[in-house]
Design a protein around this ligand. Structure first.
Ligand code: PMP
Length: 373
């Protein structure tokens, strides 16, 4: 379609062939309302229930613990609403959460909650010790993302969750950037809620789910009909839900192969890059890397790269346009965080593209530094 090189899979990924093919029949042939009691409606509802099973299997949950949403942001908002009637209580989140989680926490603060942020260490990891230091007996909710969207750091979710549970708090994790690379198992980690977004998982935009452990009580996200067991009213987007189920199944089946591919791409990119310092994490997925280019403004570099045919970003797509450096890097203590650019790789990135993109970056950095004209 274009000879531009797309290195922004953490912003969004294309719909996979399998997810697309799974969704197609539900636009025209099987267009029925899954809430209709008649036989045709049941064709649609059995498709959404099969998708629910697939999403549940992908994270080690039960089907009745999966609630479809319009994406990651809605799932995060919903998870925070689980404590919204606990005025006066305390919530804790990592300082490197997505804007959606930070906005929800600040909203709760304005309604009388107290809020504490836990900083990551220099490796981008939130440790159980750091969390324990701020937990209180009245902590209602702890929120730490599974994989950070700027540096790819993988958080020790099982340990963090255990620490929260020891103090009687619920534990929520945003797994939006984790579903491609990691085997997620909520029965092992013990998390109470987990958010997933379709469009980072090769399913469409505008669909996702919130896992809510059986027994955890949450307020309805949307009032109206009885959809999603009365907790999220509104007719489901059947094709997107079906695509999400297919994408979740595919990600699990192909994880090893996809991870090996992305690792090869990332290694080639970093091998060819002869400027900049990749931000190193204690443990990170290979899909995402932020690189600091001393002496160059990250925003200006990203614009120059876009003009030269490489599409990447400064921070997350959701905070694009803001002039502040990525919060994650600042909280990790990375110097010159405003000189950073995020590159993220996916199934469609070739090793050749990675090498070519890195050469274009080398050239653009020299030009911005005025060392070539
Ligand atoms: N959490 C993380 C870590 C993300 O990267 C994103 C997408 N930028 C979201 C949440 C929001 O997901 P959605 O775009 O589906 O609302």
């Amino acid at each position: 379609m274009t000879d531009r090189i797309y290195l922004d899979y953490a912003a969004t990924a294309p719909v996979s062939d399998k997810a697309f093919a799974a969704a197609l029949p539900y636009y025209k042939d099987i267009f029925y309302n899954p809430s209709s009691a008649h036989a045709l409606g049941q064709l649609a509802s059995s498709a959404t229930e099969r998708a629910r099973e697939k999403c549940a299997t992908a994270i080690g949950a039960r089907a009745d613990e999966i609630y479809f949403t319009s994406g990651g942001t809605e799932a995060i908002n919903w998870a925070f609403s689980s404590v919204s009637d606990a005025e006066g209580k305390h919530i804790v989140l990592s300082a490197i959460e997505h804007d959606a989680a930070i906005a929800c926490a600040e909203n709760l603060r304005s309604r009388g909650f107290s809020v504490d942020y836990v900083r990551p260490d220099a490796d981008g990891i939130v440790t159980a010790d750091a969390l324990e230091a701020v937990l209180r007996d009245d902590t209602a909710l702890v929120c730490v993302m599974t994989v950070n969207n700027i540096v790819g750091s993988v958080q020790p979710i099982k340990e963090l969750c255990a620490a929260a549970h020891r103090r009687g708090a619920l534990f929520f994790t945003d797994a939006v950037q984790a579903m491609n690379a990691l085997d997620i198992d909520v029965s092992d980690s013990g998390v109470d809620m987990l958010a997933v977004s379709g469009h980072k998982l090769y399913a469409p935009k505008g669909v996702g789910f919130l896992y809510i452990r059986r027994g955890v009580s949450v307020a309805p996200m949307m009032l109206g009909g009885e959809q999603e067991r009365g907790l999220r009213a509104g007719t489901l987007d059947v094709p997107s839900v079906v695509a999400l189920g297919a994408a979740a199944e595919e990600a699990t089946a192909d994880r090893e192969k996809n991870n090996a591919h992305v690792k090869a791409v990332r290694n080639e990119f970093l091998r060819t890059l002869d400027c900049g310092a990749p931000v190193v994490c204690g443990r990170a997925v290979d899909d995402i890397v932020s690189v600091v280019f001393d002496g160059v403004n990250g925003g200006r570099l990203a614009v120059a790269l876009s003009c030269a045919g490489v599409c990447c970003s400064v921070g997350s797509a959701c905070s694009a346009g803001s002039a502040v450096p990525p919060r994650t890097l600042v909280e990790m203590g990375v110097k010159n965080a405003d000189s950073s650019v995020r590159f993220s790789f996916g199934r469609g990135t070739t090793v050749e593209q990675a090498a070519k993109a890195a050469r274009i970056v080398n050239d653009a950095v020299l030009r911005l530094k005025g060392q070539i004209v």
